[in-house]
Design a protein around this ligand. Structure first.
Ligand SMILES: Nc1ncnc2c1ncn2[C@@H]1O[C@H](COP(=O)(O)OP(=O)(O)OP(=O)(O)O)[C@@H](O)[C@H]1O
Ligand SMILES: [Mg+2]
Length: 319
């Protein structure tokens, strides 16, 4: 008998990253000559969707691009990686979200993020994807989008009993507002996956450290979250629910480039949760994905496949 293909719907921002390599990052008022240029579709939406697709899921992305040539570029990359783009809307009068990055010869970078069309994702557009959300096993949401769109996605997924995984960060249209004022709907997610700094920000904890992670996680659970997974880079994750708090260590890997680690983690976590209800095992699987993303240069090209993740998990078990 054929196994059912797990379904994941990702709600997240889409960007095109324009990377220029140069010998030195120029100070204000100066200009330098670039030596290489590349454009890549990126952002939490495409990256997390692609990771879930690489883990064998049927994936739909809900996002928004502009009316410029970058929009088609982003759509083509998504289609190439088998992500369904029926609900990637186009705001014709806006620009696609753009990140301009300069990388110097030491590999250090500076970037500027222009949110563009991402700030125009509306709740009606989430409603238009109601059937997709209702049929999905998991709805994975990244917080840097307009608050009304996120709240609507949470409401819709709740209505159809679709599991919600949310990376809570400040909504795009209120950068000055503190995350502590997040709408209460955010805390009805099944799993919250902030990194340590985002989690500290939400809970007004000034000491963001591995020592306070348990406390911060308990605070998120007290606010209503069924489970909080606080990611701490190479220091692993703290998984907190009503019953316990467990530290899940990170995998030891050779660090090449950390870009996309958080998105690899989130996409793989959603893929695992779409199949099984075991958060701690899901976090181990996702941690392997996050670690593997650090071993290759680049963003989308660095995302690991399900086979690579399983290989790392098995290697660890044998040690
Ligand atoms: N250097 C590393 N070595 C091993 N595993 C790592 C490393 N960095 C990240 N990971 C794994 O990936 C998970 C997510 O990473 P992290 O906490 O850095 O996310 P993030 O801050 O949200 O990243 P991003 O800025 O990409 O969104 C970690 O909890 C860990 O399991
Ligand atoms: Mg992150």
């Amino acid at each position: 008998m054929l196994e059912k293909v797990p379904k994941v719907v990702v709600v997240g921002g889409t960007y095109v990253d324009m990377v220029i390599k140069c010998h030195q990052i120029p100070p204000p008022g100066r200009s330098v000559t670039g030596s290489a240029l590349s454009y890549t579709a990126t952002g939490p939406g495409p990256n997390q969707a692609m990771e879930a697709a690489l883990c064998g899921c049927e994936v739909h992305l809900i996002s928004k691009v502009g009316g410029d040539p970058f929009a088609q570029m982003a759509l083509d990359s998504l289609t190439e990686l088998k992500v369904n783009t029926k609900h990637v809307y186009a705001a014709e009068a806006k620009n696609t979200g753009i990140i301009v990055t300069l990388v110097n010869s030491e590999g250090e970078n500076t970037s500027c993020v222009y949110t563009g069309a991402n700030s125009a994702l509306r709740s009606e557009e989430i409603d238009a994807a109601e059937r997709i959300i209702s049929e999905a096993d998991v709805c994975l949401i990244h917080g840097r989008l307009p608050h009304e769109a996120i709240v609507q996605a949470i409401r819709c997924a709740t209505l159809y009993n679709t599991k919600i995984i949310l990376n809570p960060v400040r909504p795009i249209e209120q950068p000055m507002r503190t995350s502590g004022d997040l709408p209460m709907e955010y805390f009805s997610a099944n799993i919250l996956i902030p990194n340590l700094y985002e989690a500290a920000d939400i809970t007004y904890q000034s000491d963001a450290s591995i020592r306070t992670a348990k406390l911060i996680g308990s605070d998120l659970v007290a606010r209503g979250a069924a489970c909080a997974v606080i990611t701490m880079g190479k220091r692993g994750c703290m998984v907190v629910d009503r019953n316990s708090a467990d530290h899940i260590p990170a995998f030891e890997v050779e660090l090449v480039d950390q870009t996309c680690r958080g998105d690899a983690f989130a996409g793989a976590l959603a893929a695992y949760c779409a199949v099984k209800d075991d958060v701690r095992e899901a976090v181990k699987f996702a941690s392997a994905a996050g670690a593997l993303a650090c071993t290759k240069f680049g963003s989308i090209e660095a995302l690991p496949t399900k086979a690579e993740i399983i290989e790392l998990l098995q290697k660890e078990e044998m040690e």
